[in-house]
Design a protein around this ligand. Structure first.
Ligand code: HEC
Ligand code: HEC
Length: 384
C-alpha cells in the first residue's frame, strides 16, 4: 500500500466516525460534511519531476534584454517538492468555493495555460472582462495582469482564489479546507519540512510551479540553431515582415521572449475609457495611459486565441489585418505606428497595406513560436 492510500484511508475512517456520531443524535438531516470519498486524489509520480533542474538554455541566459528583465523579477528557489505541491494546487478544484473551478479551468495546459473563450467564466458564471493570458516564462514578468497592477507573482497568485467571479473562496477558510484534505499535509511537509498549511506556503507552492513553466522549445528556437533550414517560404516571409521593414513588431515584442516589460497603446480604440476598459489609464487617471496595456509575449500565440486584452480578435489573421489596415488614431498612439516610427506619440497611424503573401506569412511565422513541449509535459499537467 502506498503512503498516499494509507493517508487517505485513515482520513476516510476519521470522517466515517464523525458522521456516525452526528447521525445517532438527530432525525432531521444535517448539512453534509465534505464527502471525502468524492474528492479526487492526485496521482503523483513516486519520484517527483525534476523541477529544480529545469533551466533556460544558455542563449536565453545570455540574451541582453532578458538579462535586464530577469533582474526585475524576484528570486525564487524552486524545489521538486515545492513545485509538485504547486502543480496539485494549480489543478485542484478544491481551491474554489463550489469545488468546481481550478486555476487550470481557465489556464489550460493545451493552450499554453490560456483560455480559448474571450470571457472566461469561474464559479459565478459571469464572464470576466479580460482575456485569460497564457502562463509561461514568468521569471520575466515583474508586473502581472493586463494593466500591470500587481508587482510580484507571490502577490498575485492568491487573488483569483478569493475573487468572487473566479474561485470565490474565503481565504480565511482555505487553510483549514486544505488541512482537511488528506493529500495536502504530506505535500506541505515534503515542501516545507512540516505539514502546517498557511497562505504564504500556498502562494509559494503556486509560484514555484508557475515559475518552472519555461517555454523555449518552438520551431523558431530550432530555427535559431539551424539557420531556419526547416522554415517554409511563407514562414521566412513572415519572419522578414516581423523583424524587418515598417511593421516594427519586434521593437515592442522583443528579445527571445517576444515581449516588453513596458506597456504600450497599440491603437485598438480612439477612446478606451468610453469603450469600457482604459487599462492602466483606469488606475492612473492619466489621458496618456488610456488604453495602455501590457505588451504580452508572442510566444505560443498560435495556441492562445482569442487576442488582445478583451479577446476581440478571434484569430491571428484578424490581428495581422488590424496592424496592417485598421490601427485607430489615438491622442497617445505609440509613435512606432506612425509613418516614420519616431517622434511624439499621437501621430496619424501608418497603413502598411501588407500583401496577401505578407499577411499569411506573418500568421505562419507567429505559429512557429508555439512550444508543444510545455503543452504536453506531464510535469505541468493535471494530476487529478
Ligand atoms: C475564471 C478564470 C480564471 C481562473 C479560475 C484563474 N485565472 Fe488567472 N487570469 C484570468 C484572467 C481573465 C486574467 C487576466 C486578468 C487581468 O489582467 O485583469 C488572469 C491573469 C493571471 C495571471 C497574470 C498573467 C500575466 O501575464 O500578467 C496569473 C499569474 C494568473 N492569472 C494565475 C492564476 C492562478 C495561480 C490561478 C489559480 C489560483 C488563476 N490564475 C485562476 C482568469 C482566471
Ligand atoms: C508599440 C508597440 C507594439 C508594436 C509595434 C506591435 N505591438 Fe503587438 N501588442 C502591443 C500591445 C501593447 C499589445 C496588447 C494590447 C491590448 O491587448 O490592448 C499587443 C498585442 C499583440 C497581439 C495579441 C497577443 C495576445 O496574446 O492577445 C499580437 C498577436 C500582436 N500584438 C502582434 C503584433 C505584430 C504581428 C506586430 C507587428 C505588425 C505588432 N504586434 C506590433 C504592442 C505592440
Amino acid at each position: 500500500m502506498t503512503r498516499w492510500t494509507e493517508v487517505f484511508i485513515m482520513a476516510l475512517l476519521g470522517a466515517a466516525v464523525s458522521i456516525g456520531a452526528g447521525c445517532s443524535k438527530v432525525d432531521a438531516p444535517e448539512p453534509e460534511p465534505p464527502a471525502l470519498e468524492e474528492v479526487a486524489q492526485p496521482d503523483l509520480p513516486a519520484t517527483p519531476f525534476g523541477y529544480s533542474e529545469m533551466e533556460f538554455p544558455q542563449n536565453w541566459l545570455n540574451d541582453p534584454a532578458l538579462a535586464l528583465f530577469g533582474g526585475f523579477s524576484e528570486a525564487v528557489d524552486i524545489t521538486d517538492a515545492g513545485a509538485t505541491l504547486g502543480r496539485v494546487l494549480f489543478h485542484d478544484v478544491q481551491l474554489s468555493s463550489d469545488n468546481a473551478v481550478s486555476c487550470g479551468s481557465c489556464h489550460q495546459q493545451q493552450h499554453a495555460f490560456a483560455d480559448i473563450t474571450p470571457g472566461s467564466t469561474g464559479i459565478s458564471g459571469t464572464p470576466l472582462e479580460r482575456n485569460t493570458p497564457g502562463l509561461f516564462n514568468l521569471r520575466y514578468q515583474r508586473r502581472l495582469f493586463w494593466d500591470l497592477r500587481v508587482e510580484g507573482l507571490a502577490n498575485q497568485v492568491l487573488q483569483p482564489i478569493g475573487h468572487p467571479d473566479e474561485m470565490g473562496m474565503d481565504l480565511e477558510e482555505l487553510e483549514s479546507k486544505l488541512t482537511s484534505l488528506p493529500y495536502y499535509p504530506p505535500l506541505f511537509e515534503a515542501a516545507f519540512g512540516d505539514p502546517a498549511i498557511d497562505l504564504d506556503r500556498i502562494a509559494s507552492g503556486l509560484v514555484q510551479f508557475l515559475r518552472s513553466i519555461r517555454s523555449y522549445q518552438s520551431r523558431y528556437d530550432a530555427g535559431i540553431a539551424n539557420g531556419f533550414a526547416d522554415f517554409t517560404a511563407s514562414e521566412l516571409t513572415g519572419k522578414d515582415v516581423f523583424f524587418g521593414g515598417d511593421t516594427r513588431c519586434n521593437q515592442c515584442h522583443s528579445g527571445l521572449n517576444f515581449f516588453s516589460t513596458q506597456p504600450f497603446i497599440n491603437g485598438l480604440e480612439m477612446d478606451y475609457a468610453s469603450a469600457g476598459d482604459a487599462g492602466i489609464g483606469a488606475l492612473s487617471g492619466a489621458p496618456s495611459d488610456d488604453g495602455r496595456f501590457k505588451t504580452v509575449s508572442l510566444r505560443n500565440v498560435g495556441l492562445t486565441a482569442p487576442y488582445m486584452h478583451d479577446g476581440r480578435f478571434a484569430d491571428l489573421r484578424a490581428v495581422v489585418d488590424f496592424y496592417s489596415d485598421d490601427i485607430v488614431h489615438h491622442p497617445y498612439l505609440d509613435e512606432r505606428f506612425s509613418e516614420n516610427g519616431v517622434g511624439l506619440p499621437g501621430q496619424e497611424p501608418y497603413r502598411l497595406e501588407l500583401t496577401e503573401l505578407e499577411r499569411s506569412g506573418l500568421v505562419d511565422f507567429l505559429h512557429t513560436l508555439s512550444d508543444t513541449v510545455i503543452t504536453a509535459a506531464p510535469a505541468f499537467s493535471s494530476p487529478f
